[in-house]
Design a protein around this ligand. Structure first.
Ligand code: SF4
Length: 350
């Protein structure tokens, strides 16, 4: 870089003082740090969604469970339902496990990156973010936004994922000992608002004088990525069983995809076969279309079949529950099954 790492971090902090985004989990630049609970909760949510999508979830969670102790005492099903739509339901289970671990140690989050890593579900990124933002530790926070900014600032041309080590070393060289929390949030803001994936707005960037990619005129070429493997295609079937304004819902096994969530009955999704496993009832079924849902590691084509028989006697309360259709939005169905329910309701004329 043309300027030193020190001057780059000071330029960025000055920009942050003027342009920091106002977000419900943040303290303003230079103010005392925010509650670690709020930092941790927001960071877990932001790992899987955008800031705009996370804000209403964050507001609902903190209104209902304002402290880590309140969340630790929550009913598992209520938390899973409140999480519905955010995806990655294992994170919701880890969220509860972590809240309970913090409560078991007196209700205080530990104040260092190293100790935070020991809590259930707290990965390297979240531990560094909480340590820097809530506790002022000079931890280096590297998420996808920061990765992009740093790869460009230093024109790191080693392709990801192999290039991550070089990016981390460069990010560490930038992290200042004073105001590390504001610095981490400034990097996040720069990546989100200026150093965008496509069309970075270099002319508005406080770091353009120090940026190697800008000097090369190749900002959008970084970070360099290796070609992604093709996502596997999986097929499955879900079953819609309706009776007197109610639909039959089951609870998915605690372990595995969408574990512990309420769902429509479905078969074992698989890359093989035609997706037609054993239906939960014998009798008449009719096709009601299909939908494609893309998970991180595979793409699922889910066929929907609607029961048109009347023999419901073999459905046991031990296996599921009748849920009122007019309160379906309160069932906490994960997005896949909420979409399947819409398909069924459109097809059955509700
Ligand atoms: Fe990103 Fe452009 Fe700023 Fe470099 S100058 S950090 S590429 S926005």
């Amino acid at each position: 870089m043309a300027a030193s790492a020190h001057s780059a971090s000071q330029l960025l902090l000055a920009w942050y003082d003027a342009y920091a985004r106002v977000l419900p989990w943040r303290s303003p630049p230079g103010a005392p740090p925010p509650d670690p609970y709020r930092v941790w909760l927001s960071e877990v949510m932001l790992q899987q969604t955008t800031v705009a999508a996370a804000i209403p979830y964050f507001e609902r969670f903190t209104a209902r469970w304002p402290t880590v102790g309140a969340l630790a005492g929550a009913n598992d099903g209520d938390v899973m339902a409140a999480w519905a739509g955010l995806g990655y339901y294992a994170r919701a289970r880890n969220l509860l496990a972590c809240a309970r671990a913090v409560t078991a140690r007196g209700g205080q989050f530990p104040g260092t990156e190293r100790e935070l890593r020991e809590l259930p579900g707290l990965g390297a990124y979240t531990a560094a973010a909480v340590a820097a933002i809530a506790f002022g530790e000079a931890a280096t926070v590297v998420d996808a936004n920061v990765e992009r900014v740093v790869a460009r600032l230093f024109a790191i041309d080693e392709p990801l994922p192999g290039g991550r080590a070089a990016i981390r070393r460069s990010a560490e060289s930038l992290t200042p000992p004073d105001r590390p929390g504001d610095f981490a949030q400034a990097m996040m803001d720069l990546g989100a608002t200026i150093c965008a994936t496509r069309n970075p707005r270099c002319l508005l960037c406080p770091l353009s004088d120090t940026c190697a990619a800008f000097a090369e005129g190749r900002a959008a070429d970084y970070p360099v990525k290796t070609a992604k493997p093709v996502r596997p295609q999986i097929v499955g079937t879900a079953w819609w069983i309706e009776r007197e304004g109610q639909v039959w819902l089951v609870r998915r096994p605690a372990k595995g995809m969408l574990g512990g969530m309420r769902a429509l009955p479905s078969d074992e999704w698989s890359a093989r076969g035609n997706g037609e496993g054993a239906a939960p009832l014998n009798g008449q079924w009719r096709d009601c279309g299909s939908l494609v849902h893309v998970f991180t590691h595979f793409s699922l084509t889910l066929s929907l079949r609607v029961y048109s028989g009347s023999d419901l006697a073999s459905l046991s309360p031990a296996d599921g529950e009748w849920w009122p259709l007019d309160r379906l939005d309160e069932a906490g169905l994960p997005t896949l099954f909420a979409r399947a329910a819409q398909l069924a309701l459109a097809g059955t004329g509700e």
